[in-house]
Design a protein around this ligand. Structure first.
Ligand SMILES: Nc1ncnc2c1ncn2[C@@H]1O[C@H](COP(=O)(O)OP(=O)(O)OP(=O)(O)O)[C@@H](O)[C@H]1O
Length: 915
C-alpha cells in the first residue's frame, strides 16, 4: 500500500491560513510526507479528478478540501491550590480574568518588569473541568484524525501543575468520542491502532511491551522518523483501550518528588492511528483509505534546579528532563532554525512542531506564589508556541491497483510532454534569438533616427530651394548664390508670383537628366529610387538617402540640390504633410510640375495630392514593416507574440528616446538659448515620432505604425482645415479644446517629472492660437507615451527599469537646485522677499529659495498657480527677453509660417502683478 497526501488550503480565518495548492507524496504513512507538488486550484481539481475521481467518496473529497496551514492552538489551564499548598498558606497569585487572559495579581504591588497579563487561544480557570478543556479547547484538533489529518495534544508545565491529570482526561474523552463516531458512521470501515512509548533518560521504552530494551529511532525517507519495532495494538473496543492505558500507566516511570508524590519522570506519547475506508469500495481495485494519527503527549514536568535532588536517580532524571524540555523550548522559540535532532522527544514530535499535523498545547499552571517563577516560564513558553505554524495534510492511502492506474496516466502525460517539447527547448533558444532580434531592432531604430536626420537635412534644403525660387523671380541670381545668401522677405513672397523664364530654367537645372539620378543613386547610401520611374520619366518613388556627399558641377551648381529632389524619405514626407501641401499652395511650383518629364521636386511633383504622399509614406513604413516581419518570421509564428512582448521590454532605444525627450529641453538648453539649433531638439522629435508607434504589446507595433500614419493623416487634415479657416474657426470650440489639452499637458508634465523650464517655455509659447493645435497634439502624444512608460516602470520589480523613473526625478531635482541658485542673482532682494511672503515660505528658513522652487508647478489644477510658476521660472531663465527662438529648442519647430501666436504682454502683466 502507498499513500499520497493532498494539501489544499483555500482561505484565511482567525486561527489558520489556507493556501490553494496540492501536494502528492507517496509513502506508507502519509503523515510524515511533505508536499511535493503544488498547483493552482484548477490544477488541484483536475488532479483530484484524475487521480482519485470516482474512487473518492464525497466525504473524502470534503476532507481533502478542509486541509490547512495553521498556528498551534495554545491553551492554559490553571489548577486550584492543592491541599498541601492550602495547608502551607500559599497565596493564589494568578487568575483567569476571562476566557483568554490570565493575570498576575501581584504585579502592580511588586512593580514587576514582567507582563502581568498573558493572552492565549483559551484560558481555563482552576474550577474548570477536564471535560471543559476537552470540549472547548482541544476536541476539534484531536478529532481531526477522523478526517485523515494528523493531530497532537501536548501537556506542558512545571511538575505537579496538572499535566497528567489533564492528559489522562483528554485522551479518554477523545478516544471515547472516536468510538462514538465510528458507531455512527457505518458506511465507513475503521481500524484503530494504539501504541505507547515513554522517553526516560533519553531512552525510548515501549509501554505496551514487557521488554524494557530501549527502542531505536530510524529516519525513513518516506515516513520520517519512526520508532523501530514499537508495539501497535489494533483496538478491539473501549475496554481493550482501557486495558492498554492501564498497562501503560503501570509501566511508566513514576517517582516521588518534593512537589509530587507521583511525579512522572518521563515523557509519555500515546498514539492512536485511525484508518478508514468507504465500505462500498472495500476490496475493490480503486479503494482508498484515509489514515492519520493522534498523539497524546504528557511531558515530564519542568523543574527548578533547587527542586532536583542533588544525587542519585532523581538528579539524573531531572537533568534529562530539563535537557529535552530545553530542546523543546528551543524548537518552539527558534521556528525555522531548529535542530530537532538534539533530543529524541523533538525528533519524534517533529511533525507536530511544524510539520504535517494539527497541534494543541495545554500549558498547566500552579497558581501558588511560591511557583511564580516557574509559572512565568511556562507562560513564556506558551507565548512562543503561539507563533509556531504547522501544515496539516489529509493522508490518503491508495490501493496498489489504483496507484498503478494513476501512474499509468501520469506516464502517458509525461510521454505526451516529451513528444511536444516545444516550451522547454524553445526557452533555451529564445535567449539567443532574442539577443539577435534585439540587435536587429536596435539597427532598425538607428535607421529610423537616420531617416529623421535626413528628413531635417532635406527639409532645410527645401527651404533653401523655396528661397531660391522666390528670389530668382526678382534677382535672377544663380541658385548657388541664392542658397548661400539670405532672403529676408521669402516668407511673404514665396506664395506669390508667376512662373518666369528663370523658373523654367531652374526646373531644368533642378530636375536634370536620368543619368544624374543614376549617378546619385550610387553616391547616396540607402537611396531607394524606382528604376522604372526613372526610365519612363515619371517621378521617382519614395526612398531615402544620406545627403552627405556634395558635388558641384562645372557651373558651380550644387548637385545635392538635385539629390534632394531625388531623395524622398518617409519622415520628410510626413513633415511636408504636417506643414500642408506646399506645392498645391504655390502656383510657381505647380507650374513647374507641369513642365515636361524629369525629376520632380517631391513637394511639387504630386500635384496637390496629399493622399498620394501619404501613400508614399505608407510604402516606406511598409518596407520597414517587411524588415521586421522577416525578423519575426525567422522566429516562427508561435514565438512572435512572445518575442514582440519582449521587444517592448527590451527596446531601450524607445525608452531612452523618451527620456531624452524630457531632458533635451531641460535647464542646460535654457542657459544656451541663443545658440540652439534645430538639431538640438531632434531627440525630442525622435521620441515623439517613435513613441506612439510602440503599443502596449508587440503585436501592435506594426499596426500602430500604420495607425500612426493614419493619425498623422488625420492631424494633417485637421491642421489644414484649421489653416484654411479664418480666425473665426479658432474661436469658441478650439478655445475649449485648447484649454482641455493644456490642462492634460500640465498634469502629465507633473506626472512625468518634466523639467520646469520645458513646462514654462511650452506654456508661455502656446496660448491658444489655432496654429498651436499641432504642437499641443505632439506634446500630448509624447507625454502619453512617457506616462505609459512610467506606469510600466513603476509596476516593474526590476531595478534597472526603476532607475529610469528615479533618474528623471533626479534630473528634475537638479534643475530645481539650479533654479534656486539663480534666484539669488536674477531676482532682487525685494522681489524675493515678496515672493517668499506670497508663497508662504518663512523668510528665516535656510532653504527658502529651494522651498519656493519646490512649490513651483505643483498645483496642476490651479491655473493661477501655473501662470505664476511659469512667470517665475521665465524670469529666472530670462525667457522673457528671448522670444520665439525657443520653439526650436522645444523640439517642436515644424517650420510653420511664423504667425503671431503669443504675447509676452500677458506674462509681463503676471510678473508685474506678482512682483
Ligand atoms: N485541575 C486540577 N484540579 C484538581 N486537581 C488537580 C488539577 N490538576 C492537578 N491536580 C492534582 O495535582 C496533583 C499533581 O498533578 P499531576 O500529577 O497531574 O501533575 P503533573 O504536572 O503531571 O506533575 P509531574 O510533572 O510531576 O508529573 C495531582 O494530585 C492532581 O490530582
Amino acid at each position: 500500500m502507498f499513500s499520497y497526501s493532498v494539501l489544499m488550503c483555500t482561505h484565511e480565518s482567525n486561527n489558520y491560513r489556507e493556501h490553494v495548492c496540492l501536494s502528492f507524496k507517496f509513502s506508507e504513512y502519509g503523515f510524515f510526507s511533505a508536499p511535493s507538488l503544488v498547483g493552482s486550484e484548477q490544477e488541484q481539481s483536475f488532479k483530484m479528478g484524475q487521480i482519485a475521481g470516482e474512487e473518492l467518496t464525497k466525504l473524502e473529497k470534503m476532507q481533502i478540501m478542509s486541509a490547512r496551514e495553521e498556528k498551534i492552538l495554545v491553551l492554559v489551564r490553571l489548577r486550584p491550590l492543592s491541599e498541601k499548598e492550602v495547608e502551607e498558606n500559599e497565596e493564589a497569585d494568578w487568575e483567569c480574568i476571562n476566557d483568554t487572559t490570565i493575570l498576575y495579581r501581584e504585579s502592580l504591588r511588586e512593580g514587576s518588569l514582567f507582563p502581568s497579563a498573558y493572552t492565549f487561544d483559551r484560558a481555563f480557570r482552576g474550577d474548570c473541568t477536564t471535560n471543559q478543556v476537552y470540549e472547548e479547547g482541544v476536541k476539534q484538533i484531536a478529532l481531526s484524525v477522523l478526517n485523515g489529518i494528523n493531530s497532537s495534544i501536548f501537556a506542558y508545565g512545571q511538575t505537579s501543575s496538572g499535566k497528567t491529570y489533564t492528559m489522562n482526561g483528554v485522551t479518554e474523552q477523545t478516544v471515547a468520542e472516536i468510538f462514538d463516531y465510528i458507531q455512527n458512521h457505518e458506511e465507513r470501515a475503521f481500524v484503530l491502532k494504539f501504541s505507547a512509548i515513554e522517553i526516560y533518560n533519553e531512552a525510548i521504552r515501549d509501554l505496551l511491551s514487557s521488554d524494557s530494551t530501549p527502542l531505536r529511532l530510524r529516519d525513513d525517507p518516506e515516513r520520517g522518523t519512526i520508532v523501530e519495532k514499537v508495539t501497535e495494538e489494533t483496538l478491539r473496543g473501549w475496554n481493550h483501550f482501557n486495558e492498554l492505558v492501564s498497562a501503560c500507566q503501570a509501566q511508566r516511570q513514576i517517582g516521588e518528588t518534593s512537589l509530587n508524590e507521583k511525579s512522572s519522570r518521563s515523557h509519555q506519547i500515546l498514539r492512536l492511528i485511525v484508518e478508514s475506508s468507504a465500505r462500498e469500495f472495500l476490496g475493490k481495485d480503486s479503494s482508498t483509505t484515509l489514515t492519520a494519527s493522534v498523539n497524546f503527549v504528557d511531558l515530564a514536568g519542568t523543574e527548578r534546579a533547587s527542586q532536583i535532588s542533588s544525587a542519585g536517580t532523581r538528579l539524573k532524571e531531572g537533568c534529562h528532563i530539563n535537557r529535552s524540555l530545553l530542546t523543546l523550548g528551543t524548537v518552539i522559540r527558534k521556528i525555522g532554525h531548529i535542530n530537532y535532532r538534539d533530543s529524541k522527544l523533538t525528533r519524534i514530535l517533529q511533525p507536530a512542531l511544524g510539520g504535517n499535523a494539527r497541534t494543541a498545547i495545554i500549558c498547566t499552571l500552579s497558581p501558588a506564589r511560591s511557583h511564580v517563577e516557574q509559572t512565568r516560564n511556562t507562560l513564556m513558553f506558551a507565548s512562543c508556541a503561539k507563533e509556531v505554524t504547522t501544515k496539516a495534510q489529509v493522508n490518503i492511502v491508495m490501493s496498489d491497483k489504483a496507484l498503478v492506474k494513476h501512474l499509468q496516466k501520469e506516464l502517458a502525460r509525461l510521454e505526451n510532454e516529451l513528444r511536444c517539447p516545444a516550451p522547454a527547448s524553445a526557452k533555451s533558444d529564445y535567449a539567443g534569438l532574442l539577443r539577435k532580434k534585439d540587435m536587429q531592432i536596435e539597427k532598425l531604430e538607428r535607421e529610423i533616427t537616420d531617416l529623421i536626420k535626413q528628413r531635417d537635412h532635406a527639409q532645410s534644403h527645401v527651404t533653401k530651394l523655396l528661397l531660391l525660387i522666390g528670389d530668382d523671380q526678382d534677382t535672377k541670381k544663380s541658385p548657388l548664390q541664392v542658397i548661400s545668401g539670405h532672403h529676408p522677405n521669402w516668407e511673404d513672397e514665396r506664395w506669390e508670383g508667376n512662373c518666369s523664364e528663370s523658373e523654367s530654367s531652374l526646373k531644368v537645372e533642378l530636375y536634370g537628366e536620368n543619368t544624374t539620378i543614376k549617378k546619385l543613386k550610387g553616391t547616396y547610401n540607402n537611396a531607394v529610387i524606382d528604376e522604372n520611374s526613372i526610365a519612363d520619366g515619371s517621378p521617382p518613388q519614395l526612398g531615402y538617402t544620406r545627403a552627405t556627399n556634395r558635388e558641384y558641377d562645372t557651373d558651380g551648381y550644387c548637385k545635392d540640390v538635385q539629390c534632394l529632389d531625388t531623395v524622398d524619405s518617409a519622415v520628410e514626407n510626413l513633415e511636408s504633410v504636417v506643414h500642408g501641401d506646399v506645392a498645391s499652395q504655390n502656383p510657381i511650383l505647380e507650374e513647374l510640375n507641369e513642365n515636361g518629364p524629369g525629376i520632380h521636386f517631391r513637394n511639387i511633383s504630386y500635384p496637390g495630392s496629399q493622399e498620394q504622399r501619404l501613400n508614399d509614406v505608407q510604402r516606406t513604413i511598409d518596407s520597414l514593416d517587411s524588415s521586421l516581419d522577416e525578423l519575426y518570421s525567422a522566429m516562427g509564428t508561435d514565438n512572435i507574440s512572445n518575442f514582440r512582448n519582449l521587444i517592448l521590454s527590451n527596446s531601450r532605444g524607445c525608452r531612452d528616446g523618451a527620456l531624452e525627450g524630457i531632458s533635451s529641453v531641460g535647464f542646460e538648453e535654457a542657459e544656451r538659448i541663443p545658440m540652439l539649433a534645430r538639431n538640438d531638439s531632434q531627440s525630442s522629435i525622435g521620441s515623439l515620432s517613435i513613441g506612439p508607434s510602440i503599443g502596449p504589446n508587440g503585436d501592435e507595433d506594426m499596426i500602430s505604425m500604420q495607425t500612426f500614419v493614419a493619425r498623422i493623416k488625420e492631424m494633417a487634415n485637421a491642421y489644414e482645415k484649421q489653416l484654411a479657416e479664418d480666425s473665426f474657426v479658432a474661436s469658441a470650440d478650439w478655445s475649449i479644446k485648447f484649454e482641455m489639452m493644456r490642462r492634460m499637458v500640465i498634469e502629465m508634465w507633473h506626472a512625468c517629472n518634466v523639467p520646469l523650464v520645458h513646462r514654462t517655455y511650452f506654456f508661455l509659447l502656446f496660448r491658444g492660437d489655432p496654429g498651436d493645435a499641432i504642437y499641443m497634439e505632439v506634446e500630448l502624444r509624447r507625454l502619453t507615451f512617457m506616462k505609459e512608460m512610467f506606469a510600466d516602470e513603476s509596476q516593474s520589480t526590476s531595478n534597472s527599469q526603476n532607475i529610469i523613473i528615479s533618474s528623471s526625478l533626479k534630473a528634475l531635482n537638479r534643475e530645481k537646485q539650479k533654479l534656486s541658485r539663480l534666484m539669488e542673482t536674477r531676482l532682487s532682494e525685494e522681489v524675493r522677499v515678496k515672493l517668499f511672503q506670497k508663497w508662504g515660505i518663512r523668510l528665516e528658513s535656510k532653504k527658502r529659495r529651494l522651498q519656493l522652487v519646490n512649490c513651483l508647478w505643483t498645483k496642476v489644477n490651479d491655473m493661477e498657480h501655473v501662470m505664476e510658476s511659469a512667470s517665475i521660472v521665465a524670469k529666472l531663465v530670462r525667457f522673457m527677453e528671448e522670444g520665439q527662438t525657443l520653439k526650436g529648442m522645444l523640439g517642436l519647430s515644424l517650420d510653420n509660417p511664423p504667425r503671431q501666436r503669443w504675447s509676452l504682454g500677458w506674462m509681463t502683466n503676471v510678473m508685474a502683478s506678482l512682483l
